[in-house]
Design a protein around this ligand. Structure first.
Ligand SMILES: Cc1cc2nc3c(=O)[nH]c(=O)nc-3n(C[C@H](O)[C@H](O)[C@H](O)COP(=O)(O)O)c2cc1C
Length: 159
């Protein structure tokens, strides 16, 4: 089973989980990077949230990806303004994923990922499993995340 984890991360939480999953699942990793990144400063909510609100698909830096090389795709995204991130939106628009997206993990500050998940499932109806994770930059979330990550891995290991 050849797996790739495709993710976007502004502040490192999603990247941390993606890297761990890649090791545990022996999966490839693809980090999406917008050509004009949202800056990780005080303007991020307005800039990033605005992109979500206006449905913007930012141009991404070049990457190498061929869906036919993989049996499944796992998506990782922070929740932004109750949705998935614009970089993921671009990736889904630019690639014909042929129902290979089987799982998704989201990172959020609030733990509320329902809207994000619903929108992602609408775009990728093949999603069977998901993990609702909390910002890893907050140490208080470690125990909860650990349980949820282990549970997620056990559910998707033999998908
Ligand atoms: C532009 C922006 C919008 C956000 N919107 C939400 C939101 O709607 N709900 C929420 O729970 N967290 C929200 N957050 C918090 C992030 O989802 C959370 O910090 C996540 O762990 C960040 O992942 P990252 O470190 O991989 O970038 C937002 C953060 C940013 C920068």
């Amino acid at each position: 089973m050849k797996t790739i984890i495709v993710f976007y991360s502004l502040e490192g939480s999603t990247r941390k989980v993606a890297e761990r999953l890649a090791v545990e699942l022996k999966a490839d990793l693809l980090e999406l990077k917008p050509v004009k990144p949202v800056k990780n400063n005080g303007s991020k909510f307005m800039h990033g949230g605005g992109q979500v609100m206006f449905g913007i698909c930012p141009k991404l830096e070049d990457y190498t990806f061929s869906v036919s090389d993989y049996d499944r795709v796992i998506i990782g995204t922070p929740v932004w303004a109750g949705s998935f991130t614009p970089a993921i939106k671009t990736f889904l628009k630019d690639n014909e994923l042929n129902y290979k997206v089987s799982a998704v993990f989201t990172l959020s500050g609030s733990g509320k990922n329902e809207g994000c998940l619903k929108k992602l499932k609408k775009k990728c109806p093949s999603i069977l499993n998901d993990a609702n994770l909390l910002d890893t930059n907050n140490p208080d979330n470690e125990e909860t995340n650990e349980k949820r990550i282990k549970n997620f891995i056990s559910r998707i290991r033999y998908d």
